[in-house]
Design a protein around this ligand. Structure first.
Ligand code: NDP
Ligand code: 2IT
Length: 444
């Protein structure tokens, strides 16, 4: 059996009931096959893939908190420090009822390669909780965040592990957690990114993942002779990534016609009203069904459906495994030319394969959504030098990083004989730097 197949089999056996983690490992290792086979003897002797797929450290802890009625609740908290070979662990915290260890491990594993691709000195980690922020009062959110950080603060630090936001964790939650870290550890340091501007946050971090996704998409299209201006874009999600992806797509002259949340989706043929979307989601924290009150001509549907809309470009920006084979078939039949992932692993393996086979330009999340973590690393730099850069400075750096990732992924794909395959290219480009650093640091 080949080394790749052996390791995939072992990962599945040693990590039962973690399908998302298996999926992420399979996607990466399958596409690295050509590089691994060329170095099989050395990698096998060094147990390189076994080390790469085993997190350096996993913390799991109890998070007790009290609701507004005095009732005590207990949630699970996690932090996975996956690979610290190229810098302090870096990656978001997700608060969502679906969170379990396997999901945090898949996200941490992806983060290792993503962070490597940014070219910045950050290792890979991820954390979170099965806490559901939906419908909770502000006081309850604070109580939860303080309890979560009371435990997490033992394992993190500005030069050790620097968490940030992800699903269910935005500026409000980061603020509460930062305050609690400072109280317990008595140190004012950049231990979290995505902070508010008044206490060490960076301009552009809020917009960075969505903007970065569009900088990548525009470049990928341009490299293939296509202009993004005038294109119709379907987006899923209505959170941080989706909103700022929509904003930048519109600034680039494209028309965004959909958005979705966990209860339903909207289709606005004239183009989404971004101000309305922001008010519903960022201010009111309400359901997308309210959109019709702002735009009576738009359609609201319960359930899933954004990929049924005719579009040139599809941007999945909600969550993992939200674009299935059937969706991929519909997109291709409707003439979609590019799919770029804003979320982490939103496209199933079968759907990705189908899109690639049918000539759709496909940008994998670890490359195309790296703008968020890259800007987090820029926030760390600013915190270290105790300075703040202007919006234009950070935005320009972000643009350069995304264009470089796009070119590096394309070059790696071409070098290994799969021109135009950004999945293989991104995995190889990310892998090479991590392996180089791991080899240099001995067996650890
Ligand atoms: P938010 O919490 O801001 O928004 C998430 C959006 O996706 C919401 O509209 C939410 O709907 C919807 N959603 C979440 N889970 C589900 C689900 N199981 N089924 C259907 N809809 C769902 O998160 P972000 O925008 O920050 O994150 C979105 C994706 O982007 C995630 O995959 C995340 O890992 C990834 N990402 C985020 C980065 C960041 O900087 N924030 C960086 C790189 C990647 P509802 O409100 O109804 O739950
Ligand atoms: O998936 C991701 O890259 C994030 N949620 C952002 C992580 C970060 O540290 O900014």
């Amino acid at each position: 059996m080949s080394y790749v197949d052996e390791v995939i089999e072992a990962v599945v056996k040693k990590n039962p009931a973690e399908p998302e983690f298996h999926q992420a490992v399979k996607e990466v290792l399958e596409s690295l096959r050509v590089v691994i086979e060329a170095n099989e003897e050395k990698f096998r002797k060094d147990a390189l893939l076994e080390r790469l797929t085993e997190p350096e450290r996993v913390f799991q802890f109890r998070v007790p908190w009290v609701d507004d009625n005095g009732q005590v609740h207990v949630n699970k908290g996690y932090r996975v420090q996956f690979n610290g070979s190229i810098g302090p662990y870096k990656g978001g915290l997700r608060f969502h009822p679906s969170v379990n260890l396997g999901i945090i491990k898949f996200l941490g594993f992806e983060q290792v390669f993503k962070n490597s691709l940014t070219g910045l000195p950050i290792g890979g980690g991820k954390g979170g909780s099965d806490f559901d922020p939906k419908g909770k009062s502000d006081r309850e959110i604070m109580a939860f965040c303080q309890s979560f950080m009371t435990e997490l603060c033992k394992y993190i630090g500005a030069d050790t592990d620097v968490p940030a936001g992800d699903i269910g964790v935005g500026a409000r939650e980061i603020g509460y957690m930062f305050g609690q870290y400072k109280r317990i550890r008595s140190v004012y340091e950049g231990v979290l990114t995505g902070k508010g501007l008044s206490y060490g946050g960076s301009l552009v971090r809020t917009e960075a993942t969505g903007y970065g996704l569009l900088y990548f998409t525009k470049e990928m299209l341009a490299m293939n002779g296509v202009d993004i201006a005038g294109k119709t874009v379907a987006i899923s999600g209505a959170g941080n990534v989706a909103i700022y992806a929509a904003e930048k797509a519109m600034q680039m002259g494209a028309k965004v016609v959909t958005a979705s949340d966990s209860t339903g989706w909207i289709y606005d043929a004239e183009g989404i009203d971004l101000a309305a979307l922001k008010e519903i989601k960022e201010v009111k924290r309400a359901r997308l069904s309210e959109y019709k009150a702002y735009r009576p001509n738009a359609e609201y549907h319960e359930g899933k459906g954004v990929w049924s809309v005719k579009c040139d470009i599809a941007l999945p920006c909600a969550t993992q495994n939200e674009l299935h084979l059937e969706d991929a078939k519909t997109l291709v039949a409707n003439g979609c030319i590019a799919v770029a992932e804003g979320a982490n692993m939103p496209t199933t393996l079968e759907a990705t394969e189908y899109l690639l086979e049918n000539g759709v330009l496909f940008a994998p999340g670890k490359a195309s959504n790296a703008g968020g973590v890259a800007t987090s690393a820029l926030e760390m730099s600013q915190n270290s030098e105790r300075l703040s850069w202007t919006f234009e400075e950070v935005d320009e750096k972000l643009q350069n990083i995304m264009v470089n990732i796009c070119h590096n992924a394309a070059a790696a794909a071409e070098k290994y004989g799969v021109k135009g395959n950004y999945v293989v290219g991104a995995n190889i480009a990310g892998f090479e730097k991590v392996v180089d650093a791991m080899n240099a640091q001995g067996i650890c």
